[in-house]
Design a protein around this ligand. Structure first.
Ligand code: C2O
Ligand code: CU
Ligand code: CU
Length: 489
């Protein structure tokens, strides 16, 4: 049954890429290898990044960007990239109000950058395409953490290279803790009952390399994979205590949209969106995450028998269904049994406080294959990303409404994932209706189906300078679906 599901997905995937006549077609892709899903590999937990005291700079975290290799599929070796390691990176954990610094050495033979996704930082330390780190270079951002507890992440953002660098393994988690997270009676022991889960689908060439390529179909639909990695492992198992377990889910894929649930259909509670805790837990039996989005959930294994298992299911909208990983319940009693009914206060922004509404129309032109030039067909308000052009200017200290419209043609009902740097926004409405409770909270990334119009509200405060907004499908971003806004005094 497991194998059949995979094969079905694989066939759909291969059929799709054949249409695109990819340039790498000569290189056969690895279909679905005959391995079994016995969930034997323990789930890897990224180490916490070590820091040292640095006087006025607070705590200093050094790390590197490097190339390596990893075996994801038994018998195959894959060249990879990683932060201080061969794939993904250590988890950075900081506190609200804390002064922190990073010394980041780029040991690649190519430029890259390190962007703090979801973090409110001065523009010069944002790590976008204006802050590339040259091959062999070092970047030393210094800033103060100024936002509540949240599960954020960091990843590369060099112009035109984001998708490839991320695909090869550059991504890590960035946790913020504060008095609210300290005070809540919820699981918070890293790697024991508070578990990061970075979900990424991947495809491979027959020689084991990642099949990252940007054919026209890859650009339009994103590079969609037929294997699903959790924290860089294929089909891992996690031993969990009998009690509440907190999962910090990150859709770390390049361009996939996931629906995440459990094989036994169990309910759970979502407690945090992209930018931190919600007001109250939201009871769900599946959580929907577009590329770049996060969700924290509390799953109750307290009623399970010892040695019971449950699988995490990931349905990828492009067609594959994955039994991504397994949870095995141990005899250990968990420290937490009850889901709190209040979590945090959210400072809701009133629509009437907005001084301006801007509209961003995301468009994908369809047309004959011959006339397609890479990049031209993915636009926001009719334009491609241009490093020399600031698209919007926002006054410091003001609140604005940004409306994202996914205008799709009959041919191209593509979804998009809209992301803003600098701010956490709140969703006012989706197609005129209040957002689903799971989307009510602090957000930095929002999904748009073909035809959707979503209004968000945000306050642009503390820092001036240039930030990005873009589709978080990285193949869309790299091919022009990005713009710049400048916060001006
Ligand atoms: Cu997560 Cu501009 O990116
Ligand atoms: Cu970002
Ligand atoms: Cu997009």
């Amino acid at each position: 049954m497991n194998r059949r599901t995979l094969l079905k997905g694989g066939a759909a995937f291969l059929g799709m890429s054949a249409l695109g006549v990819p340039p790498y077609q000569a290189m056969a892709e690895l279909g679905n290898f005959g391995g079994s899903q016995e969930f034997l590999i323990p789930l890897p937990i990224p180490p916490l990044l070590e820091s040292r005291p640095a006087g006025d700079d607070g705590r200093l975290f050094p790390f590197t960007v490097e190339a390596g290799t990893r075996s994801f599929i038994p018998g195959y070796t894959t060249p990879t990239l990683g932060y201080s390691g061969s794939y993904l990176g250590p988890t950075i954990r900081v506190r609200n109000g804390e002064q922190v610094g990073f010394n980041i050495s780029n040991n690649l033979d190519q430029q890259t950058s390190v962007h703090w996704h979801g973090l409110h930082v001065p523009a010069e330390w944002d790590g976008g395409p204006h802050q590339e780190i040259a091959a062999g270079g070092i970047w030393q951002p210094r800033f103060t953490i100024k936002q509540p507890a949240a599960t954020l992440w960091y990843h590369p953002h060099a112009l035109g290279l984001t998708g490839e660098h991320a695909y090869r393994g550059l991504a890590g988690l960035f946790y913020i803790e504060d008095d609210v997270s300290d005070g809540l009676n919820i699981p918070k022991t890293y790697g024991v009952d508070d578990i990061p889960l970075v979900l990424q689908d991947r495809r491979f060439f027959e020689d084991g390399r990642f099949a990252y390529a940007q054919s026209r179909m890859d650009v339009i639909h994103g590079v969609i994979g037929n294997y699903l990695l959790v924290n860089g492992a294929l089909w891992p198992n996690l031993q969990v205590p009998r009690g509440l377990v907190r999962l910090r889910l990150v859709n770390g894929s390049n361009s996939s949209v996931y629906r995440i649930s459990f094989s036994d259909k169990r309910f759970f509670h979502q407690i945090a969106t992209d930018g931190g805790f919600q007001e109250r837990p939201v009871r769900l039996d599946s959580v929907f995450l577009t590329a770049g989005e996060r969700s924290e959930i509390l799953v109750d294994f307290g009623q399970d028998e010892v040695a019971a298992t449950s699988m995490l299911l990931v349905d990828q909208f492009a067609g594959n269904s994955f039994e991504a990983m397994q949870f095995t319940v141990t005899p250990t009693r968990g420290d937490h049994r009850i889901v709190p009914d209040r979590l945090a206060d959210i400072d809701w922004l009133a629509e009437s406080s907005a001084v301006k509404t801007r509209r961003f129309t995301m468009e994908t032109m369809s047309g004959g294959m011959g006339m397609m030039r890479r990049g031209r067909q993915l636009t926001i308000n009719g334009r491609n990303m241009d490093m020399g052009h600031v698209n919007e200017r926002v006054k410091l200290g003001t609140t604005e409404i940004w409306e994202f419209v996914n205008r799709s043609t009959m041919m191209m009902r593509l979804p998009h994932s809209m992301h803003l740097h600098d701010v956490q926004f709140q969703i006012l409405d989706r197609n005129g209706r209040k957002p689903h409770p799971a989307e009510q909270g602090r957000k930095d990334t929002v999904h748009l189906n073909g035809g959707d119009a979503v209004r968000v509200i945000a306050r642009f405060e503390d820092y001036t300078g240039i930030y990005m907004y873009h589709c978080h499908f990285l193949e869309h971003e790299d091919n022009g679906m990005m713009g710049q806004f400048e916060v001006v005094a």
